[in-house]
Design a protein around this ligand. Structure first.
Ligand code: SF4
Ligand code: SF4
Length: 464
């Protein structure tokens, strides 16, 4: 007899923290966001190569029209989310904090769809290759925040067998409720998308994973599954339960080894938002031009879960929700644990933006970054879901010891923020880890170049 969900949770859950949930928008139904007069559609909204623009200044565009693409395999095309005219193709502030190329469109407010947008007649009868091609053309990426191109995930190497599809409904970030609302309101769409994905990779089993604190989502997904064979697994409410490797461990007991991917243990993880986007693409033919975004926090007048056109400025979304309340302290895209704090409201919502958290001045504790001070209490080690030693990652990075970072598995860090959250001396561990990852990769590239140069030189010498 297999282990019950309760026993799996007790045996396999490790690390994590319990920040206040603050799911204040969870009871608010999904509604339409603003109808912006201007959108900025970044040509990089995904992991992988940026897109090249396919349109020019002054060109008329329609909703769903492809406006950027790349020949690289790891990439995803981008599409116009409004109909109107291209005003410019230039560098604008990207939510990552860097300047990046974007297509600026002035909307005609007509929302005229592009030609050729049509549903797929029988998605569940399609060949896997055709599903992947359509998913690629639809610009679908992982919508839990990672933004990894979905068509790549649907194309595992022939020696990897995916037997389990995990539909990730663990929305463990405080404040966010977009995935929860999707499951409550559009459970059938989520499952439909999951079935299409499962057909593309040949998965025999679909498990929808939801935190036990979301009973309405659990019952909606169970009702939708009916006798369809999909299972619903209730997860412990601990952050970061939604991280891929953590999820796989909790559900299957399998460890994804360092440097390996879920497919190496026979699993594929896709967010509920990704599944719903896949379903919509096949049911309507419309590429990914909108997404559900939670707007919450004490710094905004209204809160909700809005269907927002990709490229809409954060400022317009906040205005749609009644504007700022009190003195603005911080605006975070994503959740407060893993999201990115913004220095301007003139950044666009991208395919990866699951939340806009607006905090007032009173609710944030601002501290000047101090020196790395570790009292070796071990709390970060106990709470790290990846079984890492965050104090070593932090101290090596602080000291610029890039080489040593490999021995402490820096690339296994999922940047969940648990270590920084729990650290009594308030070490900025995640920032140090991010810096450390950059330093480590730079050093690795340099060493590889030096090695290559040396090999070429010795080859030249032996040929001389
Ligand atoms: S080291 Fe990385 S994975 Fe571990 S708790 Fe810190 S941020 Fe999370
Ligand atoms: S929690 Fe902070 S003080 Fe404690 S061991 Fe980790 S880095 Fe050091």
């Amino acid at each position: 007899m297999g282990l019950t969900d309760n026993i799996k949770r007790a045996l396999f859950t490790r690390g994590g923290v319990h920040p206040p949930a603050n799911k204040l928008a969870a009871s608010v139904k999904i509604s339409d966001g603003p109808n912006p007069e201007r959108v900025l559609i970044p040509l990089t909204q995904h992991v992988g190569s940026p897109c090249e623009p396919l349109v020019e200044k002054g060109e008329k565009v329609l909703v769903g029209q492809k406006i950027g693409d790349s020949e690289a395999y790891i990439s995803a095309p981008v599409h116009a989310s409004v109909s109107g005219e291209v005003a410019s193709i230039a560098k604008f502030t990207h939510p990552s904090g860097r300047d990046a190329l974007a297509v600026e469109i002035i909307s005609d407010l007509e929302d005229t769809p592009a030609e050729g947008i049509a549903p797929a007649p029988d998605p569940l009868g399609m060949e896997p290759g055709d599903i992947r091609a359509r998913v690629r053309e639809g610009g679908i990426v992982g919508m839990g925040g990672a933004a990894f191109p979905t068509h790549v995930k649907l194309n595992p190497p022939s020696d990897k067998r995916i037997e389990l599809l995990i539909v990730n409904g663990a929305e463990c970030e405080p404040y966010l409720s977009a995935d929860y609302r999707l499951m409550v309101e559009r459970a059938q769409d989520v499952l439909h998308g999951a079935r299409i994905i499962s057909r593309a990779v040949g998965a025999e089993r679909i498990v929808v994973a939801i935190e036990q604190t979301s009973p309405a989502a659990i019952s909606a997904m169970r009702d939708a599954a009916g006798s369809g064979g999909e299972e619903v697994f209730t997860l412990p409410a601990v952050f970061p339960q939604g991280a891929e490797k953590t999820l796989i461990k909790t559900i299957t007991g399998r460890d994804v080894p360092s440097g390996k991917l879920p497919m190496d243990v026979g699993a594929l993880v896709d967010n509920v938002g990704t599944c719903a986007a896949v379903s919509e693409l096949f049911l309507t033919g419309m590429p990914l031009v909108k997404r559900i975004v939670t707007v919450a926090g004490d710094g905004v007048t209204g809160r909700g879960n809005l269907r927002v056109k990709v490229g809409t400025l954060v400022r317009d979304v906040i205005d749609h929700c009644g504007g700022l309340e009190g003195g603005l302290g911080q605006v975070i895209l994503g959740g407060p644990m893993t999201g990115l704090s913004q220095y301007t409201l003139d950044v666009p919502v991208t395919k990866a933006t699951g939340g806009i958290v607006v905090l007032s001045k009173e609710s944030i504790i601002s501290e000047e970054p101090g020196h790395f001070t570790c009292i070796r209490c071990g709390r970060c080690v106990r709470h790290c879901p990846m079984n890492l030693m965050p104090y070593l990652l932090g101290s090596y990075s602080d000291a610029g010891m890039w080489e040593e970072l490999e021995s402490v598995y820096i690339n296994d860090c999922v940047e969940c923020g648990c270590c920084a959250y729990i650290c009594p001396t308030k070490n900025p561990l995640v920032q140090l880890i991010k810096v450390g990852k950059e330093g480590y990769s730079r050093r690795k590239r340099k060493m590889e170049t030096l090695k290559k140069d040396k090999e070429e030189k010795s080859l030249e010498e032996s040929n001389a």
